[in-house]
Design a protein around this ligand. Sequence first.
Ligand code: NIG
Ligand code: FE
Length: 402
Amino acid sequence: MIADLLIEDIGALVTMEGPGLGLVEGATLACAGGRVVYAGPRAGFAGQLAPEGERVDAAGRLVSPGLCDPHAHPMFGGDRAGELAMRARGDSYADIQAAGGGIYSSVRATRAAGDDVLVDRTLARLGRMRALGTTTVEAKTGYALDLPGELRMLHLYAEVARRAPVRLSPTLLAHVLPAEVLGDAPARASYVSAFANELIPQAAAERLAQACDVYCDQGAFTIEEARALLEAGRRAGLGLHCHAEQFTRSGATALAAELGAWSADHLERVTDDDARGLAAAGTVAVLLPGAMITLDLPRPPARRLLELGAFVALGTDCNPGSSMTESLPLQMSLACMQLRMTVEEAWLAVTRRAAHALGRDGGRLAVGAAADVVLWDATSPAEVPYQLGRNLVSRVWVGGKA
Ligand code: NIG
Ligand code: FE
């Protein structure tokens, strides 16, 4: 066995294989051609390093799979720092949106931004995410709203994906109704119909999106509209996600489970029956502590979801309004501190479960798996969520490349 990347003297190797963290103490990790060829006890490794290969001394530190962010909105124009100030003075997220701000403010800024600006800003953001340990990122559209603009975002994501320092999983998001159709029932119906019957099939046929998503809530799409959009996604062969039960309980979680969605996300108002439905369908519950904290929402019932057998993942929900964070380790901290998730559950939620929520088999270090790896300036897995807001990442490899 000839490795081109050899990480030696690993104090704690989180493989996510088998029960719990699949922890191996005193480990070696060897990779070749972008894949793992050995992950286990130091004594069991019998291969060699190729002459041009990279040898890394982990010096007793922690090594884990690269993290996967299953819910992110990384491309948008402008920013909404001013809204934090407004909310701090007592305005609500819904009031700000109803007054034409919120998502609509980012839509104006995104429509006005040039292609290069959007691509460069997104690449910079993905670079910062990688520096925080993330190697796979979901990337939602939804800040153009008009169909040509949404298609433009997908094309820009294709350009970003070619140059990005992480793996990208683009999702076409039906985010909110364009301001132009609000209060005009026929125009609203024809927007939903064109999104479902024209844009979704086109995005799937051109392989610009791997999934589609609908924000089903007050101020966004109704449950009937969400069904039409998600059924169109399913017909087109896309994976399905749904922004569900964040501000109001709409029934979107049950709809996601019924349609076999990859994930239902947010879930602040989810019921036990919803959780059972997710568990039965294998639809991942993606919790978003950044949005929960930013908007001071009720805590989603993570313990109940886990007890009832649902798969639970964590995402950043990185977006300019409700969750301006790029850090998955911060979400792990919040999950342990605010949602009563265990350290093991938090690691699982940003590795295997998060990959599952993107229709992937990833987030583990086993022979044959992608060589997406993080070396941490830490010696135990608990240190990552324990350090609230400090970046412990030392090195990152994606497909074996530093
Ligand atoms: O996932 N809830 C809806 N959409 C985003 C927020 C987007 C924004 O405020 O710009 C979310 O939280
Ligand atoms: Fe979101």
